[in-house]
Design a protein around this ligand. Structure first.
Ligand SMILES: Cc1cc2nc3c(=O)[nH]c(=O)nc-3n(C[C@H](O)[C@H](O)[C@H](O)COP(=O)(O)O)c2cc1C
Length: 176
């Protein structure tokens, strides 16, 4: 953390990237966030909207970008995480400038599958465009968000393929 904190504080943007675990950030990500507490002072202050938080220790704090994926389909899986990062940005006196949430995450295990390859290629192009937008304007346009959040496969197909794959892996004794 001694190494990470200085580079974190001098960054313009910090990208928090992790998968959804039971509707929330992974424990290792939460640990990292908890250890960011020295960037705040112990003193309480009003936030201008009738709520309280700790005062900031430094003038500069990176803007926040979140990237996350979930195994299940639907953007609903990111509701808790999205609220968590909004609250975190408030706590840290900064802005949550972009959120990239990808459901149907198991698809990426099939990146060499002949049928999935073009679909994933298209998604990667949207991601590259998103990266350019974030660096250029510190936000994402509605069009990019729409492109990024479109199901890669229709949900019913994803569930069918996913369950067939789990059956196959269970048969091979590769998952419990
Ligand atoms: C403990 C655990 C909890 C999970 N919880 C959720 C969940 O609540 N919703 C969801 O859509 N996917 C959930 N997943 C699926 C993961 O988000 C998804 O498989 C992700 O790609 C796993 O990344 P990893 O292989 O780096 O752990 C969970 C996976 C694990 C291992």
């Amino acid at each position: 953390m001694d190494d990470l904190l200085p580079s974190f504080l001098k960054s313009d943007i910090a990208v928090f990237a992790c998968p959804v675990y039971f509707d929330n950030v992974q424990a290792i990500m939460k640990n990292f966030i908890d250890r960011l507490s020295p960037v705040l002072l112990p003193h309480f202050e009003e936030d201008g909207k009738g709520e309280y938080r700790h005062a900031k220790r430094y003038q500069r704090f990176p803007k926040i970008v979140v990237i996350s994926n979930s195994g299940l389909p639907s953007q609903k899986n990111f509701e808790v995480e999205s609220l968590f990062f909004r609250r975190l940005a408030r706590t840290f006196h900064t802005e949550l400038i972009s959120e990239i949430y990808r459901g149907e995450g198991e698809i990426f295990r099939g990146k060499d599958n002949i049928m999935l390859k073009p679909l994933l290629g298209k998604y990667k192009k949207h991601l590259k465009n998103a990266g350019k937008e974030i660096v250029g304007s510190h936000k994402l346009s509605d069009k990019i968000i729409e492109d990024l959040e479109k199901p890669i496969l229709p949900q019913s197909l994803y569930i069918k393929f996913g369950n067939d794959e789990w059956d196959r892996l269970l048969e091979e004794d590769r998952v419990d």
